[in-house]
Write a protein that binds this ligand. Structure first.
Ligand code: DC
Length: 225
């Protein structure tokens, strides 16, 4: 069976990353979380106190951004390292959540991260999730999935996920953040979130986790032949 690229795009909090991870594991593919890259760039700017209204500062700061994915021993969990430091936890906090869409709009940031993403996917056998994977990063991906889910369901899932990590955040705040990001991500000028014409839409509102993973695995198997 040939190795393919699986692009999974969709709104915030649809379960793209947990689904993509499980799909990659089942196929023994590499999972790449492109959102973690935008989150890490955001954390980098916050740490460097980069003025996001100053393009020269942004360019200088992004030149000092070094990202790496490392697979951790226990259960093979993947962690993102920013300039050699494990930031997997820090990039999931509310501070990054509120700034990341602003950073994702910046063309210079996107150009650099899209280059990295294409290099990571060059050998195929990858599952990458994000907002522009099927439209911009890999327009020739053999399988493109566009995930959606009802906003209330997404917010509850995200709250549960955060609680499991010891972070207590109100449902209203999460809902507000998700809908703000959806709006910013889908209306920005640079690579807005949209369904690629040849993507398969998967509404996960009423699907159990295994069902959504299996739906993608079935499509992947078709495309591999
Ligand atoms: O998938 P996520 O929620 O971790 O992504 C965080 C933010 O990064 C999201 O609000 C938009 C941005 N993003 C993007 O613009 N393009 C991608 N390919 C992935 C994420």
């Amino acid at each position: 069976m040939k190795k393919i690229i699986i692009a999974i795009d969709g709104f915030s909090g649809c379960g793209k990353s947990t689904t993509a991870k499980a799909v990659a594991k089942a196929l023994q593919y590499t999972y790449i979380d492109s959102g973690a890259m935008y989150r890490s760039a955001t954390l980098h700017f916050l740490k460097q106190s980069t003025n996001l209204d100053n393009l020269d500062e942004i360019k200088q700061s992004i030149g000092q951004l070094q990202l790496e994915f490392r697979v951790n021993g226990e259960g093979g969990a993947q962690k993102v390292f920013l300039n050699g430091i494990d930031v997997e936890e820090d990039i999931r906090g509310m501070e990054v959540n509120t700034q990341v869409s602003r950073v994702s709009k910046i063309k210079e940031v996107r150009v650099q991260l899209v280059n990295m993403q294409r290099k990571l996917g060059k050998a195929k056998g990858v599952v990458m999730d994000g907002r522009d994977i099927g439209t911009v990063v890999f327009p020739d991906a053999e399988l493109k999935v566009f995930m959606t889910a009802d906003l209330d369901i997404r917010a509850k899932r995200r709250q549960k996920e955060m609680l499991e990590k010891g972070k207590e955040v109100s449902l209203d705040l999460i809902k507000q953040n998700l809908s703000d990001r959806d709006l910013q991500d889908s209306t920005r000028e640079e690579s807005p979130l949209k369904k690629a014409a040849d993507a398969v839409e998967l509404d996960t509102s009423n699907l159990a986790f295994d069902e959504q993973v299996n739906a993608i695995l079935n499509l992947a198997k078709e495309r591999m032949n």
